[in-house]
Design a protein. Sequence first.
Length: 270
Amino acid sequence: MPELPEVETIARDLASALIGQKVLKAEFLNTAIRENCYTREETDLNGKTINRISRRGKNLIFHFSENLAMVCHLKMTGRLLVDSDRSRDNKHLHFFMRLDKSDLSFYDVRKFGRICITAESELNQHPRLSKLGPEPFDITPAEFTDIVKRRSKSIKLILLDQEILAGLGNIYADESLYSAGIRPTLKPYRISRARLEILHGSIIEVLDVAIGNRGSSVDDYLDGFGQAGNFQNLIKVYGKTDQACPGCETPIKRIILGGRSTHYCMKCQK
DNA sequence: GACAACCTGACC
DNA sequence: GGTCAGGTTGTC
């Protein structure tokens, strides 16, 4: 479900509500969602204070006092909600944390999401975090081009690969390629450096606008307070199969790349 | 690369 | 009954 803009929105929401609060009790209601790389127990969080909440790629990271951290990945249908009404849905509630003044619930219909409790000082060894590529905002267009040019697979699959670039998922990969006028199937050796630098700018712009609109609620996504985002109203090609391209009216084409639906305009994207 | 697996629910 | 889903991982 959530990609970089959605996770960023949730991180900011949770930070605004929960920073400075102390954990009274943290518990897994379903240990299947506990990541097997954990090095600390949920009970270790009791009495600790949330100092900071950050994002890395699509991961949310809670930083507690006394060298404790918690890494959350929402995968497709995970939700982290402040003060949710648990009586409405406790079937899909898998983790719960009571704090001084609020509580935090982790829901996930499909149970793909994961939570890992570890030491702050061990975050750099976390199996997923340690392999992530750079954040799109942290590199220059030239650096982005260098990274992409080293790879041989199609540009869409490169954008989706979290070890190459962190944070893009299916919606924002399709939207960025549309904005840059690049066909998703192209391999980097067929794309000029100038066009790849434009693509980097498109990625930054699409992500910035999506963050400004609090993410895309295409299906399940809700922010930290249970509210939908707005970017789904600004999507140009993702999920728009057979609908008119906003630029030229040509019907949007859908193909499968790497097992994922891929949407593009065959006239605007060369 | 393609494909199945992990799960559940929505929709045709 | 079949298809599809904002993700990731592991296996031919």
